[in-house]
Write a protein that binds this ligand. Sequence first.
Ligand code: ABU
Length: 381
Amino acid sequence: MTDYGTTAADPANRPVQVNAWNGWDPLRHVVVGRADNAVVQAPEPAVRRDFPDDGFPLGTYGPMPAEMTAEANEQLDDFAAMLSRRGIRVDRPTPVDFNQQVGTPDWTQDTMSGCMPPRDLLLTVGNEILEATMSYRSRWYEYLCYRPLLQELFRSDPRMRWEAAPKPRLTDATYKPGFWDTYNSLPTDVQLARVRDYDLVLTEEEPLFDAADIARFGKDLFVQLSFVTNRSGHQWLKRHFPDHRVHAVTSTNTHPLHIDATWVPLRPGLVLHCGERLADAELMEFFRLNDWEIVEAVQPASWDHPPKLSYCSPWLAGNMLNLDQNTLCIEEKEVALADQLAGYGFEIVPVPFRAVGPFGGGLHCATFDIERDGTLEDYFP
Ligand code: ABU
């Protein structure tokens, strides 16, 4: 096990208090995902998986290789242990058998997916935990892995609001027919125009969003339109959080999937931006007008990462977990990024996490915060 060098009293009995308004307040209670039972999911209209060099060419599916799962779990467990030693309470999901057929009256899907990454499914805003709709049929039942925990939180914290967005039907009308037959072979400028105009795989049949497409900056929530979040999803969130300003944003990312490696809250007044994926002009202007500094992230350590069977990009480098306004957990090989952010006064906690990438993400993806000290603030008055 990696020695992170910091110890603190066992926080497992810390009383539950659901509370988190942003990505940087001091972290007190968090969930870390698990790689157990994860599968390369069976084909479905929302997404195309094609890993010809790694044993899963288009149309094939099945359990992730056992040694990859074991290695990812070791890194997840080490990360959880390090957070506990820092005095943060850590809870974990309850995996189910993901290699089974699931269905509703509208569809059947030959496998599920996994319970990494929790950030995609759950969003904490104040004392509310919201279950996102999700847009993959393979992830429709992922909430089951978190129900034991959510029930426990609900029992323990009388102030907790437990909400779930309307479960989507995910019929064929939810997806643009043939989208994946052509999209990946379009020229980059055409793809980017489609991202900007929001003409991607999802229709507007029903509201859809992943929680990881939402970046929390106190009173302002930024919702990225992506392969998994549509305009109706943004509208639903806007109506659901009437006391917030809920912005829809896009960026120059040909394959937008979650905002948390593109526009990353660091602390009040400072945001990390993946410069290859230019945020839309309106978003940049909004931050600059409010005197925020936008830090252009340095290049990731390797363009070969994430390795096989991963659907994330090398920009996962910026997918970090803030422990507070001064402390960032960053993947240990992302030394240039760590140096860049140390230059802004951050203490950097390097965390070995490469093996988790194929299971859906980095340190931010692999977590969701239940409690951070702090209150609702307006950072863009
Ligand atoms: N939530 C994962 C983001 C990965 C990426 O932007 O490449």
